[in-house]
Design a protein around this ligand. Structure first.
Ligand SMILES: Nc1ncnc2c1ncn2[C@@H]1O[C@H](COP(=O)(O)OP(=O)(O)OP(=O)(O)O)[C@@H](O)[C@H]1O
Ligand SMILES: [Mg+2]
Length: 600
């Protein structure tokens, strides 16, 4: 019920639409009662006129008065009926449109809130939740929640009011029969509750299966190259079919319950109708009830079961919708791990001194960094080298607070980064990742991720400094070329240079550079290297170095092994120390040494 109240909360801003819809619902309800009431009257009129007509054929005395009466009735009635239905139709339109639109608006807000909340969550959350699952939450879960909920909103007013109107009418016509009619309603509630409970459970399970599907889709489409390269299409197809089948199983169960609902209710309502005919017939025969009242009663009762059935059906729809809503609210309630402290201070442009003091960090329970201390003065280049899994990427990802340290602290210009507003902290840092991420936008806009309000001149200057300008203007639409999904239309080296241009444009005092390991051809390599040199100048740089030239460029080299800093110093000092660095250097770079020195 909590989720229900929260869902309703999202519709509150649209109360005007709901009020209009409510008025429409009253119109529909009034028309329905009027229709039921007049059916009896009309039939009575027809039958009494018919007996008059027989009388008339026997005696011409009444003929004049009769013909006027019957003509007017038979001309007016159809017209009245049409008007009544036109009025009802209008009310119905207003009622349905306003309420479902309000539902859509509310759901749109929910979707925006989820997305916004997701953006605020830490990397740890995204590591633990696959992309496909998150996509399914924003798309499917919200849709399922919305379908049920709109339906519920629409039906609740209309059917409740219609039911109340018809109920009033049958009590007015014959209260004893009315009591018999409504006795069966409680009998209908029990099966509805049971079915509703099953539907809610199945909805949640079904959505989990949709998440699986979405996950497979996301992985296979983004990893299509690997799948094709290894010829694993058939295996992926089987994986997808299996997941799809599992979803079908839940859908089938859920459809069964839904299909069972109406027949059960109809059988129960037939009990009511049968008893009314049984008892009502005797009321008519004994003269306690007139024939036209009885007809109106039966019509009204028939009409009454429809909204009641709908309301009960809405209950099960609501349960299904709440199953989805619970999943949606789970995400909305996810607490962001990394937030501003209440007393966080602002930071304009930092000088760029960075210090790690006894930093310890672990992802789960195993420490990945242990008592790491190091410092970088303004403008210095610190190169991180070490075995794979030593903790280099982890170390640099603590500076922008992708994760918070477990023990110790990180300081920028002597201030603990946890005391600075997160937004301000991130303004101090430019990051070029090992994996080049470009968005499905124009080249200019991709570079502008570094500084959203940059002018065209600034973008071009950054691109020139990143050695990207020349290849950009060779493209059909220059800076306005759309890169397409994941930058498929440009080469690896070009992508890297675009990412470098982005970082140059940001012009932050601290730079984090995770050098790409992918080997480029010599020409590309040289351009990327020059672009990187431009990027590093005048910035405090932490670089996870895979190129010897970068290492030789560094002021300090930090050698890491299993989360511990094992050596530090300049290239020459470290070679002389004859430790891990010497070993790594011999394995990776010796051959490159001569070339690198040649280019520097
Ligand atoms: N998101 C994560 N969740 C859990 N453990 C992680 C995560 N990322 C890294 N690790 C673990 O932390 C350790 C250090 O990883 P890290 O990525 O920092 O190494 P690295 O030095 O950058 O290695 P490489 O040179 O291969 O990039 C590894 O043992 C790794 O398994
Ligand atoms: Mg790494």
């Amino acid at each position: 019920m909590n989720s229900f109240r929260r869902l309703l909360g999202y519709t509150l801003p649209y109360w005007r639409l709901i009020v209009i819809s409510f008025i429409g619902a009253m119109g529909v309800a009034a028309s329905d009662s009027a229709i039921a009431f007049s059916v009896g009257k009309v039939l009575k009129q027809i039958f009494t006129e018919k007996s008059h007509a027989i009388a008339v054929s026997m005696g011409p005395l009444f003929s004049t008065s009769f013909s006027i009466n019957s003509l007017s009735i038979f001309r007016i009635l159809p017209l009245a009926l049409i008007s009544l239905f036109v009025f009802r139709g209008l009310c119905r339109f207003v009622q349905q449109f306003c309420i479902t639109y309000a539902g859509q608006l509310a759901v749109q807000d929910v979707r925006n809130v989820i997305y916004q909340r997701n953006m605020g969550l830490s990397l740890r959350f995204f590591n633990n939740n696959p992309t496909g699952v998150l996509m399914a939450r924003v798309l499917n879960d919200v849709s399922l929640m919305q379908n049920g909920f709109s339906e519920v909103l629409m039906s609740v007013f209309r059917d409740t009011l219609t039911a109340l109107g018809l109920l009033g009418l049958i009590f007015y016509l014959d209260w004893q029969l009315a009591v018999i009619t409504i006795i069966v309603v409680p009998l209908m509630i029990l099966p509805s509750r049971i079915i509703g409970r099953h539907l809610k459970r199945l909805a949640k399970l079904g959505l989990e299966r949709i998440s699986d599907l979405s996950c497979i889709l996301q992985e296979t489409f983004s990893g299509i190259k690997v799948i094709k390269a290894f010829g694993l299409e058939a295996r992926e197809i089987i994986k997808f079919r299996t997941a799809n089948l599992q979803f079908l199983n839940y859908a089938k169960k859920s459809l069964k319950y839904e299909a069972l609902h109406a027949p059960i209710l109809e059988v129960i309502s037939s009990l009511g109708i049968a008893s009314v005919i049984w008892f009502g017939g005797s009321h008519v025969l004994s003269g306690q009830m007139s024939a036209d009242a009885f007809i109106s009663f039966v019509v009204a009762m028939g009409m009454l079961y429809t909204p009641v059935k709908k309301l009960l059906n809405v209950y099960s729809l609501l349960q299904r919708s709440l199953g989805a809503a619970e999943r949606v609210f789970e995400i909305i309630d996810e607490k962001p791990e990394i937030t501003d402290r209440p007393d966080a201070c602002s930071l304009e442009r930092a000088r760029g001194e960075v210090e790690f003091r006894n930093v310890t960090f672990s992802y789960n329970n195993e420490p990945v960094l242990l008592n790491v201390s190091l410092s970088a003065r303004k403008g210095e280049v610190v190169a991180l080298v070490g075995t794979s899994g030593a903790g280099k990427t982890t170390l640099v990802s603590l500076i922008p607070r992708f994760y918070d340290v477990e023990n110790g602290s990180i300081l920028i210009d002597g201030i603990d980064i946890r005391d600075v507003k997160l937004f301000d902290l991130l303004q101090q840092i430019a990051l070029v990742d090992q994996e080049t991420i470009l968005f499905n936008e124009t080249i200019a806009n991709n570079i502008r991720y570094g500084k959203t309000d940059a002018t065209d001149e600034e973008v071009e200057r950054a691109a020139r400094a990143a050695y990207a300008h020349d290849f950009i203007i060779e493209m059909a639409e220059g800076y306005q070329t759309n890169i397409g999904d994941r930058g498929v239309r440009i080469s690896g080296g070009q992508k890297q240079r675009l990412c470098i241009a982005r970082a140059i444009l940001k012009n932050a005092p601290i730079l984090i550079l995770d050098e790409a390991t992918s080997a480029l051809d010599t020409e590309s390599e040289q351009m990327v290297q020059q672009a990187i040199n431009n990027l590093m100048s005048n910035r405090t740089t932490f670089v996870i170095a895979h190129r010897l030239s970068t290492i030789l460029h560094a002021d300090t080299i930090i050698v890491m092994d299993k989360g511990i800093v094992v050596e530090r110093g300049s290239h020459r000092q470290l070679l002389e120390a004859n430790g891990l660095y010497k070993k790594l250097y011999t394995m990776q770079f010796q051959g490159e040494d001569a070339d690198a020195r040649g280019t520097m």
